[in-house]
Structures are given as structure tokens and as C-alpha cells.
Design a binder for this molecule. Sequence first.
Ligand SMILES: [Zn+2]
Length: 335
Amino acid sequence: MIVPVNLHKHYEIIEEEGIPISSLFQVPSTPVMEKFIRKYGAPIVSKMPTKTRYFLTNSIKKCRNPSGKLILNYPLDFPECQIIAEKLKDQNLRPWWNKKAVICVCHDVDNNEGAKFAPTIADMDYRYKLPTTFNFLTHDNYSLDSTLLRSLIKRGFEIGLHGYTHDQGFAFRHPKIMRKEIDQALEVLKEVDIVGYRSPALCSSELLFKILSERKFLYDSSLQIASSFYHSVKIPYPYYMGKYDFWELPLMVQDDNYLRDTNTPEKIILNSIRRFINEIIVLNGVFIINMHPHLMAKCQQFYENFIQTIKEFDDVAFATMKEVIKYAQGNINNR
Ligand SMILES: [Zn+2]
């Protein structure tokens, strides 16, 4: 097993304590009904008028979470992380650029509204010295602005792939279609050093991971931790998936969980984020949060308050996801 060079101690604890990290990080199998809806329902819904789509999404939301309450798993809710935290208690380790933990903010650009707001959110991130990762679609309802891409790269942002279109059933398509669409997406972005992938709506399958592996991605970030609607990998560390020869960098939480699936007030959201960061510091882990530009466009002041909140922490480093993986591989001077 390849272990992050900066997290030897942590992986030693995982091994000594018999925490089954390889089974936690397996690609989850999707229930038949969900697979069917994603594969056949999502393309129909995506062609419907916005109002109908909004009504349908709201109804699904209510079915999934009838109480509308914010239900999240925090890392230290899991016994596996409690064991690691207990063992790390007196170590005072600083494995991330001499900080206790690392925060990655990413922006999945899902649609035209998101693409329109991407330059503004990049300017805000840059103003606060926040290196972030923008995951783009290449053939959806917005066109990629090459001037924006160049300016993002120049300012130290990372560009990752979010897919060909926002096809929520992408991981279940015919392998020929999947290979063709990933290749065409990479062709469009050939001037950019794309190393990371986040699947639309976190849709994943063994086959998708196999194809990402064939296309030599360095990491995937489609498995997650906090939402109770998806399989949780529980452990907030980069994990090398030997079977595919790439790294998984688990997503902790998304703005969706606070603003789409629930109507959580700002104060509660920011306190929830503080709790995640405090727990990540205890674990010396990685806190990855996805803030969609199309959602943030509607609440710019909230986004600014969010940046100020995460910047309150002195014990954490801020990095792009690619930088985190390179660092875990031992390229510690890559910034
Ligand atoms: Zn998305």
C-alpha cells in the first residue's frame, strides 16, 4: 500500500487498530432503483423547464429528508476516527506545510449561472489568498472561457474535470460512451494540466474508476464523508487506491447540504463548518468543501463570511486538491 509520506503515523494507527480503510474506500454499489432513476430519469428531467425541474427536485428532497433538518456526519462521530484521534492526542503533529490540517475549497461549475459567477468567485478567493480548485464541465450549457482558464492558472488555482455534461447517471453509461466523453472533455482542456476528477452528483461506479485509471488521473474526489444520503468513507485522509493506481481525496461536505437539501441559517452553517475544521485539526486531516458558484452567486456576502470563517484558523494550511496529493506523494516544495 502506498501511504501519504506526511501521514505515516496516522496510517500506522489505522493498521495497528485494524481499521478497515480499504473496505471503507471501496466504490459503493448503487441501489437498482437509484441507478435506474439516474440513468433514465435524470436526462428527461434535465430537458424540462426550470419550474418543473425545481418542483421535482423539491419533491425528491422532501422524500429523502422529510424533516428538512440538517443531518450531517462529523468525522469524530465515527468510531474509526475517534480511535485515531485518541492515539494522536499528545503528538502535536503538523503534517501539512507545518500546519495541523489542510483545507481545500473547490467549486464545481455545474451550469451557466455557475460559469457566469466563476470569475467573481475567483477574484474573491484571490483577494483572500485562498487557492481553490475549479471543476468544469466541457460540453454542457456554457462554453469554457479560455481567458478565464488562463487567468485561473496564472493565479495559482487548479482546474479539474467535472465531466462532459452534468449527467447524473454518467457512471452507469455504456463504457464506449464514457470513454468517448472523457476523451473529448480532456481534448477540450488539453492546454490545462488536468489531474483531478469529481463526478456529477457524485455518481460513481467501478467502471468509471477503471476508466479514470486508464486515463491516468492522479486523483478522484467523488467519494464523500458527511452526507447521510451517500456512502461515507469516514476517514478524512488521501487514500491511494491500488486497484486503480490513483488517489481518492474524499469530499467532506457541500453547500448543497446546507442550502439546497435544507434551509440552514448562516450562523448554523458557519458553526457547522467550524466544527468540521476543529475535528479535522484533531485528526490532522483534509477538509474538502464544495461551494458551487451558481449557489454562491445568490449569497455573495455569505460566501465572504465563509472565507473569513475558515481564515480564522491559524493551525490549518490552504491548498488546491492537486497540491494536497503532490504533498502526500512527497513533493513537499510544490507550491
Ligand atoms: Zn456538479
